[in-house]
Design a protein. Structure first.
Length: 617
């Protein structure tokens, strides 16, 4: 038989449950505008009934308040984070692709097309009056404007690469900060939940941190209960955060840290790379996998913008080695078409790092034989191990296949156009005679690295100087020879009719402008000069179309994922967000429950008063 005060216990359990529900409702209403807050609700169940050994068998024992839990849907969380990863990647690409587009776009005054057209007009004027030194100076001045354009563009793109590199460092630091915060929150959550409570607000904080992390890099979450040695649930959980294709960032209270390691001047991948580009490694010495295809988020977008080479990187097969103790010479056979000419060469000058058979070696120099055979001089003392033997067929690479049109791609496009164009213009003018009837020199040249000196004609000849030739010219160092800047009369406008290299064209008449006309013909004739199927003036059209297409694609994907973000977030909020109208209904409902439970206690109080005071039981 139940206690005389059994009804009071039932009513008090209802009062406590209603009170908990009211407090939870108050908490929900207070956090209506709190970002990342998940709506909470009280979980209740009927208490086990009490056997009363009466004809009705059992009597209800009231309500049991189990827990206050978050209302959260893991499916929507996963979808939201996957979308954030894509959104972060294309947001980054859209921003930097637009910057490249802005750099290349012609404003009608200082753009490539405007400057090139001015040079073409000056060249035509020179053809009409080839012996006028003033007209020569005017043409040379427009040619100098063209070289200045490329110098400035080269500097702008290198500055852009430096900015992206700094952004990578900022993102890595942010990942480290989030990892530390998640590990700290994990410890706090387990400390609370091992007592039997649920750390709702701390779980919200952790989810918000993971949401933030998902925009920077791809994220995968694993959470599993922890059992003691007897198989009992301790209340704690093992929470693991993996990034960049499954690499562990956080495991419960422990977290790994990333570090940025700047490449040295002898560790550049591309000829045009700035010094100090960051590689990313784990502080425990493990490789992060910077070019991991599974990696996403802002970090992926930044890496592809900084290092994107459109899939064109140095790769070949080791065929021969000569070991000399401190140094070795290894011959690499390269078959890719873009590696068959110094016009398209991207290899770093002044040394770098080459991977041969999955082992890294430092090389101090390289030469090219003009037929796909590269010979690298390996520094055995600087490398981790000496290069003493290479099996035939061992793969050799420099850099990575980054199949995106990033800064290195645009730099390479500029260098390719410059080298081919300058080579052909120089060949025409050097085959001619200057205003004094002497053999003429080159018009375009380049400055030495870290020096004001200029490359000589013989140094730019492909058959001399280690086979590199016009490889030494880049958008960053191209200029006009000092001799022609000082004396325009030295320009080779006249055809050398006694030269064995004459192409059989009509000999100079009184105009003495055949070399100038050859340059004009070369510029306009796609059979004499072709850049991606266009004539010389088509450079900007080709490269700008690349930039515009990349920016348009990034904008399209960004618009798609920003729309998905809104839709997924609305779906997520429909489950976990606080609805003021719903909470208002809950407030009335739980207020009535509380009032009725209080009324029940009041009624029972009167019953007990009558029972105790008036019946004397």
């Amino acid at each position: 038989m139940p206690s005389t005060f059994f009804g009071l216990e039932i009513a008090s359990s209802g009062l406590r449950a209603a009170n908990a529900a009211l407090n939870t409702t108050a908490n929900n209403i207070s956090n209506t505008n709190t970002e990342g807050y998940s709506r909470q609700e009280v979980k209740q169940e009927a208490m086990n009934p009490l056997r009363v050994f009466a004809t009705y068998g059992c009597a209800g024992a009231g309500v049991n308040t189990l827990a206050i839990e978050r209302i959260r849907n893991q499916f929507y969380d996963t979808k939201f984070r996957q979308n954030e990863t894509k959104l972060g990647e294309y947001d980054t690409k859209a921003y930097y692709c637009k910057m490249v587009e802005d750099y290349l776009e012609d404003d009608g005054k200082t753009g490539f097309t405007s400057i090139f057209d001015q040079m073409a007009i000056a060249l035509q004027s020179l053809a009409n009056d080839p012996n006028n030194d003033s007209v020569k100076r005017s043409f040379i001045s427009t040619a100098k404007s063209l070289t200045d354009y490329f110098n400035n563009m080269y500097g702008d793109l290198q500055d852009l690469q430096a900015d992206v590199n700094d952004e990578i460092k900022i993102r890595v630091d942010h990942i480290n900060s989030i990892a530390q915060d998640i590990a700290t929150v994990n410890k706090q959550i387990n400390t609370i939940e091992m007592t039997g409570s649920t750390a709702n607000e701390l779980r919200d904080k952790r989810d918000a941190l993971v949401d933030e992390l998902s925009a920077i890099v791809d994220v995968k979450i694993e959470e599993s209960p922890i059992y003691d040695q007897w198989g009992n649930d301790t209340g704690a959980t093992r929470y693991i955060v993996r990034i960049a294709g499954g690499q562990t960032l956080v495991d419960m209270n422990d977290y790994n840290q990333l570090m940025c390691v700047a490449r040295g001047a002898d560790e550049r991948v591309n000829q045009t790379d700035i010094d100090g580009l960051y590689d990313i490694r784990w502080t425990n010495g493990n490789d992060f996998g910077l070019y991991n295809e599974a990696m996403g988020g802002e970090l992926k977008g930044l890496i592809q913008m900084r290092d994107g080479n459109n899939g064109e990187y140095y790769s070949g097969t080791a065929t021969h080695i000569n070991y000399h103790g401190d140094t070795s010479e290894v011959t690499i056979s390269a078959s890719e078409s873009y590696l068959q000419s110094m016009i398209q060469c991207k290899l770093p000058d002044g040394g770098g790092v080459i991977n041969i058979g999955d082992q890294l070696y430092y090389f101090s120099d390289w030469t090219y034989d003009g037929d796909g055979q590269y010979t690298f001089t390996i520094d055995n003392q600087k490398s981790d191990q000496a290069l003493t033997a290479v099996k035939t067929g061992r793969r050799a690479t420099i850099g990575q296949d980054v199949d995106y049109q990033g800064v290195p791609y645009y730099m390479a496009q500029m260098n390719e156009w410059i080298r081919d164009f300058v080579h052909k213009v120089n060949d025409i003018f050097t085959a001619g005679l200057d205003g004094d009837g002497e053999d003429a020199g080159i018009l375009f040249t380049g400055t030495y690295p870290n020096s004001s000196g200029q490359y000589r004609e013989d140094e730019l000849n492909d058959s001399r100087h280690n086979g590199k030739g016009y490889y030494y010219l880049t958008a960053g160092n191209i200029t006009i020879t000092d001799e022609l800047m000082k004396n325009a009369r030295l320009l080779g406008t006249r055809e050398n009719v006694d030269d064995d290299t004459t192409d059989g064209t009509e000999q100079d008449g009184v105009e003495q402008n055949n070399q100038v006309r050859k340059v004009i013909s070369m510029i306009n004739d796609i059979n004499q000069f072709s850049f991606r199927g266009r004539n010389a003036n088509g450079f900007l059209e080709c490269v700008l179309s690349d930039a515009m297409l990349n920016a348009s694609n990034a904008d399209t994907f960004y618009a798609t994922y920003i729309s998905l973000e809104s839709n997924i977030d609305n779906q997520r909020l429909s489950v976990s967000g606080v609805d003021e109208d719903e909470e208002a209904i809950s407030l009335v409902k739980y207020q009535n429950s509380y009032t009725l439970a209080s009324k029940m206690i009041s009624v029972l109080t009167e019953v007990y008063d009558r029972l105790i005071l008036e019946t004397g039981v």
